[in-house]
Design a protein around this ligand. Structure first.
Ligand SMILES: [Zn+2]
Length: 502
């Protein structure tokens, strides 16, 4: 567009994109813009955080720091001194993201839809908080507030409703609308609100992998799509093409993902595992969770009613179910419990928690015993496959380490995912077929995350044909700063990926 000025660096984030899918499709001619970018630039993997979940992964990428420094480990954080939890937000992020570091050096930034960036920063530039974490598209989701009005007027806003597969089907028209909206919003900002650093993320790549990775064809409203995951990658490829049209030879371009994706093989009913191992107990005779009234109501609620509820209501209802769950646990007979996704487990330590069962002085010994017990209980269920167990200090370091779970599970390279008991009868391993059986009216995922994220780069300062070596998410921020001619601050965990530089 006349009068607009291309960014010096453009980063497009494709949540959950993996080279396992992207490269074969690029070679087969399905993704022409991504293929051309690979042809003229660098291509490789970016190691994700452990666990490879969206909030901590994007925050690590955008701060150059591990969760022990930036403080975001999961979708939720513990409420201090209690068994409760609250949603993690950008207020919990303890490190400056790359766009504020660019501001400090006198550069402007436009930052659109990066997960866990609500509330948006006050910055020299433009920011739209990420749909992952923002309550809805409203004036509080943008900086400045005028960007809300502008996007509403120009592209009809930025609806933050996740489109998911349900047993009733999948709304292909709604996906198409979201794809078109993201493209319109991002290109409008590029055309009308120029900035030195442009960052934009789409989530539909990840959603489609979760819901279609092992069952990809879709018939909807008289249309047939052979491969919904490819459909999402092709949408992302067109988006990249329209962003590149607005760049010139001076722009360095990065395409990144926060983690990879692969088939979800089976679920682990983590509470059942802990109960059977004698580490967690529910009130009542059997010690197994029976599920309270609210949980039964939630399970009986049809998907179409859930989908019709505003995001804040659904979130509120989830928290009520969670509080009921906390009330069902017999804390005096519990040594370890889950608070977030279930990859992280916390010890019930005296002083830290109101009904602690482990004396602080016994922490190390208790944790080793619990790990040994967990490993044995896991190995007794062969369907679960392999298990890596980490102590928190093996993964995280920094002043926010106290917020980390004590034990972190990496089950079968994340092809196995924890689930809350789908039914009182469910065993420790819950296959996808059993999930169908237990939750006939429920949505559930058939794809899960992997550790291999993506890094593609091209531009005047990128070496053609280069491969990043052992690159990790935290390396992205120092590399962006270097490409912008800014010296990275002290104390970041990442490094400049010099091997991809021209
Ligand atoms: Zn993600």
């Amino acid at each position: 567009m006349a009068g607009s000025r291309p960014p010096r660096l453009l980063l497009l984030g494709l949540d959950g994109a993996t080279l396992d899918l992207l490269l074969p499709w690029a070679k087969a001619g399905e993704l022409p813009n991504l293929a051309a970018l690979i042809e003229r630039g660098a291509c490789g993997t970016l190691r994700s955080t452990i666990p490879p979940i969206t909030p901590c992964a994007w925050t690590t990428m955008m701060t150059g720091a591990n969760p022990g420094r930036h403080g975001i480990y999961d979708f939720v954080l513990p409420k201090a001194g209690s068994y409760g939890r609250r949603m993690a937000s950008a207020r919990d992020r303890q490190m400056h993201p790359v766009w504020l570091l660019a501001n400090d050096a006198g550069l402007t930034a436009a930052v659109l839809n990066v997960p866990t960036t609500y509330p948006p920063d006050s910055l020299n530039g433009y920011m739209l908080a990420g749909e992952m974490g923002a309550p809805s598209f409203n004036p509080s989701a943008t900086t400045p507030t005028a960007l809300y009005e502008d996007l509403k007027a120009a592209v009809g806003g930025f609806p933050m409703q996740t489109i998911t597969r349900t047993t009733r089907g999948y709304d292909l028209a709604a996906l198409d609308a979201q794809v078109a909206n993201r493209q319109a919003a991002f290109t409008w900002v590029l055309d009308n609100r120029p900035a030195d650093l442009f960052i934009a993320v789409v989530n539909y790549t990840d959603h489609l992998e979760h819901f279609f990775l092992q069952d990809r064809a879709l018939d909807s409203d008289g249309r047939h799509v052979e491969d919904m995951v490819l459909y999402g990658y092709q949408a992302a490829d067109r988006l990249l093409g329209s962003l590149l049209e607005r760049c010139d030879a001076s722009t360095n371009v990065l395409v990144v993902s926060d983690h990879g994706a692969g088939p979800l093989r089976t679920y682990v009913n983590i509470d059942r595992l802990l109960v059977e191992a004698g580490l967690l107990a529910f009130r009542g005779g059997s010690g197994v969770q029976r599920g309270g009234f609210l949980r039964r109501v939630a399970q009986a609620t049809p998907d179409w009613i859930r989908d019709a509820l505003p995001k804040q209501w659904r979130r509120g209802a989830l928290e009520k179910v969670r509080q009921e769950y906390e009330g069902e646990i017999d804390w005096r007979r519990t040594r370890v419990f889950r608070r977030g996704t279930g990859f992280g487990l916390e010890l019930n330590v005296q002083g830290r928690l109101p009904e602690g069962t482990i004396a602080a002085a016994d922490y190390e010994q208790a944790r080793e015993e619990i790990i040994a017990t967990l490993r044995a209980a896991w190995a007794a269920v062969p369907e679960l496959g392999g298990l890596e167990v980490y102590r928190r200090e093996e993964l995280y370091s920094g002043p926010m380490s106290d917020l980390a779970p004590d034990i972190i599970l990496a089950p079968d390279e994340f092809a196995v995912e924890p689930t809350a008991a789908p039914s009182p009868e469910a065993g420790v391993a819950v296959t996808l077929e059993e999930m169908h059986h237990y939750g006939a009216a429920k949505r559930f995922k058939i794809g899960s995350h992997r550790l291999n994220g993506v890094l593609l780069a091209a531009g005047p300062d990128i070496k053609t044909g280069a491969t990043p070596e052992g690159a990790a998410l935290a390396d992205v921020t120092p590399t962006i700063l270097h490409l912008l001619g800014i010296k990275a601050p002290e104390g970041l965990d990442g490094r400049v990926l010099t091997e991809i530089l021209a």
